[in-house]
Design a protein around this ligand. Sequence first.
Ligand code: F6P
Length: 490
Amino acid sequence: MAERRKLIVVSNRGPVSFGCAPNGERVARRGGGGLVTALRSLVAHHDVTWIASAMTEEDRVVATESEHEPVAETARDGSAYRLRLIAHDDQAYDWFYNVVANPMLWFLQHYMWGLTESPDIDLGLHNAWFGGYLPVNESFAEAVVAELDRQPGAAVFFHDYHLYLAPKLVRDRRPDALTTHFMHIPWAQSDYWHVLPRHLRESVHEGLLANDVVGFHTQRWSRNFLRACEEILGADVDVAEGVVTHGDRTTLVTAHPISVDPEEFDDLSGDARVLEEEKAIRRRRPEHLVLRVDRTDPSKNVVRGFRAFGIYLDQHPEMHGRVTMLALLDPSRQDIPEYTEYLGAIQRESRAVNDRFQFEGWLPIDLQIADNFAQSVAAYKQYDVLLVNSVFDGMNLVSKEAPLVNERDGVLVLSENAGSHEELGEWALTINAFDVYGQAQAIDRALTMEAGERRRRAEAIAAHVRAHDLQAWLDAQLADLDRVSARVSA
Ligand code: F6P
């Protein structure tokens, strides 16, 4: 095991969020999502202070009670860490999260506009940037500087697209700080970044280059970033070495695919709640089950997935009554109009397919909109086909989690634009995210694949994920830190 280090982890969503029970008692809810889950084992092995936004009213009470100092917390496995919650101004946070980070940056980085009609970079966006994104990043930077003063020599781990400006704000005040920034979403090619006015796209890239290391899940995203640094900032870029020199600073750009903890999924597959959910799925399932598990995010491409299933059913009347698409969708970002509208589109499309094909006792699409992780794991065990057709996706952890516990040699149908395709593509059926006809054909091919081939592919994916697990990803981050600190002190 690597030496214990002092780490300051910085992310918008924290590992825990507080609520208030009806009796007034404070209750802690462990944060979900890929990022938070992935970083859990850092807490177990290192001396971690986690800086995050206060998300709930009770989070704000915790932040105020502690006078904005870190509080002692305990992770699910009993490990101790410190949590510093930042209570942002309500208006600033709304602009930061609901106008700039999502949808503007999220949509940009997942190529989600056609550009003829949207987006408009209007006064609202400018105000949201300078009155929301910037001040929230300033508050994060201030908290990081305070923590660095408390723990000189600690390394700072920034995460994701919420925090592009914070690293430079820290660097200006603590030039010697050791900082890394990991990006959990794709990096768009530089032309698409031209949706943002020059000063904004430059400040995003300059903000990131204030770090010693910038990490991505795949070579594809890191290459896009390197080229964008060259084209947007005129930085000096060595693509082969992954090194960017801009002004007097050098940044190492790396690609390490995030993964999951296989042991956790081994345990989960025997968990009582999962077994209960599995019983219910077995009772309802027809002969074949096509599964998708996603947040209701437009980047996940749920509507096209339903259309593709409709095309498949149209072409295969012999399968009516014998196959169901189970869609387990976690409602996401419902304060953002684009997301509420998309949830409506999901419901409309599933209704359209069901109205067209259903008959007594058979529902072609079983749409469940809920946050129910036990049900997702149960469905992971039961699928024959797992459909991941993301428009673009930084990684897509479902495509790594589900094959670990699947018991039916299920076939992975995987978008070529999901980060996980770089690793798993050779054993998956590759699809184009926009080609609904091709997706229908892939569903057919997966459902009719010969048993030996199904098994060979399913086993290869599970073996790959076991060999390239979450710990490997975390170790790679720490090795990057060692690489740059050796360079700085040389
Ligand atoms: O993919 C980026 C990410 O931050 C994930 O870590 C997380 O699961 C997801 O987006 C959820 O985002 P939010 O915090 O907006 O709910």
